[in-house]
Design a protein around this ligand. Structure first.
Ligand code: GLY
Length: 341
């Protein structure tokens, strides 16, 4: 722990002790002081590492967290080999690649696009919605028209590999909406849910810049072979992503429907406000999903990833195999999250 961090923790604990002595202490009133000059970026899954590297190019010289998260998640968005985000994403059941993304800065500004087709970088369109319109969400054709009017190029996002996989799926067309590109329910008896390239989805990224400000971005092609028009948690502020610059930020990956039901990322941030550490807050949110439907929770994956205002981070998932990537001045690592099952 750095001297500065020790000092900050020390002051926090001593103030808390004084307040506790006067019976005035309440964890919910604690607003941690920002940690300066300790930029850090975290993102979901192994492929987050390459995205973090791009974000770090912005953060390291002192750039803003908002610019960092946009630059970072554009990496998997443009990667044709990533079949769960942007270009090369698996299509819906009609063969259409529809993308969801949102972005949020340190002042509760946010923007989102849902069911956007033909645009390689939905995250940049979401940022424009945030910065250039009085709105927060644009969907479908409206989002596309807005993107084209703002200079984005119309492109075919369906790669030969994803088209091939979709055609294979069409042979059975079994509609089992689970977050798994093999389109089958994960069965615990089959062993640990793989965390490798065949089982990841959304990238959610959270960055803290050298000023101590937080921002986040989340982008996905969503559930493979979904109904046309289906939108998951990723572009929904509060579900797939939430940033509260006083407290921390959270993002999610996995079966979006279950995250939406509990407004997952907002819940994680509120738990951190109550004093939970990031990992503990993520665990609580995962447990809430289980409480709602224990049987269903056994067969799906949801993972949360969070960072607090001190730059501490943590994650928790329903199933084994949820990984996340961290980049700071001190480390460049991929971690495997703890899980319930
Ligand atoms: N978490 C991504 C989705 O459900 O679409």
């Amino acid at each position: 722990m750095s001297t500065r961090r020790k000092f900050l923790y020390g002051s926090l604990f001593s103030s808390a002790a004084v307040l506790a002595g006067k019976k005035l202490f309440a964890a919910t009133d604690q607003v941690p002081a920002p940690v300066k000059d300790q930029a850090i970026v975290i993102s979901t899954w192994d492929f987050g590492q390459a995205a973090n590297a791009e974000a770090w190019k912005v953060l390291q010289p002192g750039g803003k967290a908002l610019d960092a998260v946009e630059a970072g998640v554009k990496v998997p968005e443009a990667d044709p080999n990533n079949q769960s985000v942007g270009y090369g994403g698996l299509p819906d059941r009609d063969g259409r690649v529809t993308l969801d993304a949102c972005i949020m800065d340190e002042r509760y500004n946010c923007g989102s696009v849902m069911c956007l087709e033909h645009i390689m970088h939905p995250i940049s369109v979401a940022r424009l919605v945030m910065e250039k319109t009085p709105h927060i969400v644009l969907v479908g054709d409206g989002a596309l028209q807005f993107a084209l009017a703002n200079g984005f190029k119309k492109e075919n996002l369906l790669t030969p590999k994803s088209e091939h996989d979709w055609k294979e799926w069409l042979k059975t067309s079994k509609y089992e909406p689970v977050m798994n590109i093999e389109n089958k329910l994960y069965k615990k008896e089959e062993g640990p849910m793989p965390g490798g390239p065949n089982n990841h989805d959304t990238i959610g990224m959270i960055a803290m810049d050298n000023n101590g400000d937080l921002s986040g971005a989340c982008t996905t092609s969503g559930m493979a072979f979904k109904l046309h028009g289906r939108v998951g948690d990723s572009p929904i502020i509060g579900a797939g992503l939430y940033v509260d610059n006083e407290i921390g930020a959270a993002t999610s990956s996995g079966v979006g429907e279950e995250v939406i039901r509990i407004v997952g990322s907002h819940l994680v941030v509120e738990l951190m406000r109550q004093g939970y550490a990031p990992e503990a807050a993520c665990k609580k949110a995962v447990e809430r999903i289980i409480r709602r439907n224990p049987e269903k929770a056994k067969n799906i994956q949801v993972g949360f990833l969070a960072m607090n205002k001190k730059g501490q981070y943590g994650a928790y998932a329903l199933q084994k195999g949820f990984t996340y990537s961290v980049k700071s001045g001190k480390e460049d690592k991929i971690y495997t999250s703890k899980s319930i099952y």
